[in-house]
Design a protein around this ligand. Structure first.
Ligand code: PGA
Length: 261
């Protein structure tokens, strides 16, 4: 039987999105081994790469203490689903995490809440940890709907899982207006929503109080420390800055410092 997550793991995950090539990736893996590895005793660290680079991630990060994963997964186990990649396939290349329900997938691939819940479930069945992304658009924030939107996204996933499965989840709060825009939520704005998410989780099952909730949206070395100082922010899902080894190292260092407090 798999173990439940430890108490609110500090976790920093890079989302490389559709960037890189074998040469650039190698430089990034080398930098991760060289500079980021030292923080792995206190912080769980991972990078989610494009599917074709999973074997390269496996070779490049083998025994480094840094994990790797994917940015999406099929909601199906196998079958006639042209173009899809299953969780078992990712698992064969040592993947540990999968990002599920990223706002770019919700927006550009019309992923529904139900499909996202199926993906999370399928990932869990294959032994992958789903990082479930939730977050409001600018319009929704301005209409004061943030808490409702986040609650509905979160509840659809929780509803499809057993209590035991829920204990394996990681959530990432990613306000859509802060992704790739350089516009970060202030630490206080992020904390408000993180606290809301934790309250929602606890209202479902008390044990879910210990799930890690990451913040994502223009996290950089320069703002990570203030974000990680907030009570309910357990780490980060990092897009753009995860491609820059100096930035990503700085974010992991900030998580390491926060873990020691
Ligand atoms: P960003 O992306 O850090 O470039 O804003 C975050 C994400 O999309 O996960």
């Amino acid at each position: 039987m798999k173990m439940a997550h430890a108490y609110r793991d500090k976790l920093v995950v890079g989302n490389w999105k559709m960037h890189g090539n074998t040469l650039e990736n190698q430089a990034r893996f080398d930098a991760l081994r060289g500079h980021v590895r030292r923080y792995t005793e206190t912080v769980k660290i991972a990078v989610c790469v494009p599917f074709p680079y999973l074997p390269q991630a496996e070779r490049g990060l083998h025994q480094s203490g840094i994990s790797w994963g994917t940015q999406d997964v099929s909601p199906h186990a196998h079958g006639a689903y042209t173009g899809e990649v299953s969780a078992d396939m990712a698992r064969e290349f040592g993947a540990r995490y999968v990002i599920v329900g990223h706002s770019e997938r919700r927006a550009y691939h019309s992923e529904s809440a139900t499909e996202i819940a199926m993906k999370a479930r399928r990932a869990l069945e294959s032994g992958l940890t789903p990082i479930v992304c939730v977050g409001e658009s600018l319009e929704e924030r301005e209409l004061d709907r943030t808490n409702d939107v986040v609650a509905s996204q979160l509840n659809t996933v929780l509803d499809s899982l057993s209590v035991y499965e829920r204990l394996q989840l990681v959530f990432a709060y990613e306000p859509v207006w802060a992704i790739g825009t350089g516009r970060t939520a202030s630490p206080a704005q992020a904390q408000d929503v993180h606290a809301h998410i934790r309250t929602l989780l606890v209202s479902r099952d008390r044990e879910l109080v210990n799930l890690s909730i990451l913040y994502g949206g223009s996290v950089k070395a320069g703002n990570a420390e203030n974000l990680f100082a907030e009570t309910d922010i357990d780490g980060a899902l990092v897009g753009g800055a995860s491609l820059d080894p100096v930035e990503f190292t700085g974010i992991c260092a900030a998580a390491h410092q926060a873990a020691q407090k």
